[in-house]
Design a protein around this ligand. Structure first.
Ligand code: SAH
Ligand code: SF4
Ligand code: F3S
Length: 468
């Protein structure tokens, strides 16, 4: 269970509202913004909040960063290449700034939250006007006002790690699917992972606040809600406020489709499995990152479960929800990983039969426990292993797809298919992309279909006709 959060005071939130009003009235303020988001849904959701505040200031979203007066980079640092990509893009923006001296460039998110990176950005990127960490998102209006008034760069990097800001404006990207963050931060300190250092301690929003947000979304016509947190299974504030209780309350509210991520296997309780099995609207999909199939590596990763415990959880899930789709995250090349330990991961993947997986090569992150370990593997070896793992996973995906032929599914249609204008595309209940004949009138609708064919990363379907 998470520690009691400290709520950002109403005075601090009022200061932001006042700053928003004053900026809106400034004739010389930026008129348009563009946010570039890297990383996970946590960042995606923060970007929606940043956009919400900027729109209240009267700014419009520019579809291209080249046309914006204000560009914000919301960065990720979970692996080195995520960081490299973000920095490369920031460097490129300097060229735009040479053409438009009034362009404002801001960098925020997880990468900035690391003090050594914040320092590096400020030293090496003098054209960055605004830099702030993950705990300062709500202060964007105040920071921007100072910048606009003084012309001096503004940097804020709060180290208070257990705050929650309620009631901020949000500009949602998609009107049919919405994210609700239910808990922030992480206490697990998996030995390879930087997230606990840049997102702070675990803290849960109150169930009342979450349910109120869900009700508003439901009334606005949202069809699917994705509950977000680094470890949603440990959501809770004591007493009645547990994750299974939250799921049940949302299910009863009538939200058409409910998803959540991420679940940590060590906290996947029987009560949660029961809530999933008993719910009418909780989708039959679970993202359950395993990381490795080797007990030695799992121990070194500080994951707090064994291969056997994980398989037992998978077994219980499938007993309760036979058609559940499982997805996972896997890390290849953890320091000291032997060929035999890697093969344990391969065999676990075959045993579980996942729908899909995100596979990553281990990346050492400064400040984490694993960064101090010896036994780093050469790149040639890790890329060879990840190649093998991806092939095994593709076979697993194809087995899943084959087993779904002839089955019925419900697709929340998102768009016209990019490949064929006579087809629409969306996600089924297991999170798999499904395409079938349709038109723009289907977008935002949940449509029953029958799966007829499998492709590389998608399933093809046909509409269920009346009476089927
Ligand atoms: N909270 C989630 C995941 C957060 S990060 C969980 O516990 O499952 C998303 C994924 O990135 C992780 O599951 C892991 O597979 C991967 N990851 C995190 N740190 C990494 C690192 N240092 N190197 C490679 N992959 C990493
Ligand atoms: Fe990182 Fe582990 Fe926390 Fe996930 S549970 S965010 S992998 S420390
Ligand atoms: Fe990246 Fe931060 Fe998410 S490090 S994965 S954006 S929590």
């Amino acid at each position: 269970m998470s520690k009691n959060p400290v709520y950002i005071t109403s005075e601090a939130l009022k200061r932001q509202e006042d700053a928003i009003e004053r900026i809106a009235a400034m004739p010389e303020r930026p008129q348009s913004y563009h946010i570039v988001t890297y990383g996970c849904q946590m960042n995606a959701h923060d970007s929606e909040t940043l956009a919400g505040m900027l729109e209240q200031m009267g700014m419009l979203e520019a579809k291209d960063r080249k046309e914006a007066d204000l560009v914000l980079f919301n960065t990720c640092c979970v692996r080195e290449n995520a960081e490299r990509r973000a920095l490369g893009n920031v460097t490129w923006l300097n060229e735009l700034k040479k053409k438009n001296a009034n362009l404002i460039i801001g960098v925020c998110g997880c990468m900035v939250q690391q003090p050594h990176m914040a320092e590096r950005i400020l030293k090496q990127y003098p054209f960055v006007d605004l830099a702030f960490g993950t705990h300062n998102v709500y202060e964007l209006p105040e920071m921007l006002e100072v910048l606009l008034a003084s012309g001096n760069r503004v940097v804020r990097l709060a180290q208070q790690e257990n705050t929650i800001a309620e009631g901020l404006p949000v500009k949602r990207k998609n009107s049919n699917k919405a994210f609700i963050t239910i808990m922030y931060g992480c206490n697990n300190y998996c030995s390879y992972c930087i997230v606990p250092y840049v997102r702070g301690r675990e803290r849960s929003r109150s169930m009342d606040d979450i349910l109120r947000e869900a009700q508003t979304l439901l009334e606005s016509g949202v069809k699917e809600i994705m509950l977000l947190g680094q470890n949603v299974n440990s959501y809770g504030n004591g007493g009645q406020e547990t994750f299974p209780a939250l799921l049940k309350a949302l299910d009863q509210m009538g939200v058409p489709r409910i998803r959540f991520m991420t679940s940590h296997p060590k906290d996947l309780s029987d009560a949660l499995i029961d809530a999933m099995a008993g719910g009418k609207h909780i989708l039959n999909h679970l993202h359950l990152p395993v990381q490795s199939g080797s007990n030695e590596i799992l121990l070194a990763m500080n994951r707090h479960y064994t291969r056997e415990k994980y398989l037992e959880r998978v077994y219980s899930l499938r007993q309760a929800i036979p058609n559940i789709g499982l997805t996972t995250d896997l890390i290849v090349g953890f320091p000291g990983e032997t060929e035999a330990q890697f093969m344990d991961t391969v065999s676990l993947v075959e045993q579980v039969g996942y729908d899909a997986a995100f596979t990553f090569i281990y990346s050492a992150r400064e400040g984490t426990a694993a960064a101090k370990l010896t036994g780093r593997l050469p790149e040639q070896e890790t890329s060879e292993r990840i190649g093998r793992l991806i092939r095994v996973m593709e076979e697993s995906t194809q087995r899943t797809y084959q087993s779904m032929l002839g089955q019925q599914e419900q697709v929340l249609v998102e768009s016209i298919s990019k490949r064929d204008a006579a087809m629409v595309s969306g996600k089924g209940m297991r999170g798999i992309t499904i395409t079938f004949p349709g038109s723009s009138a289907d977008i935002g609708q949940i449509i029953p279909v029958t799966i007829i064919q499998s492709a590389t990363n998608t399933l093809k379907a046909q509409r269920l006709t009346e009476g089927e």
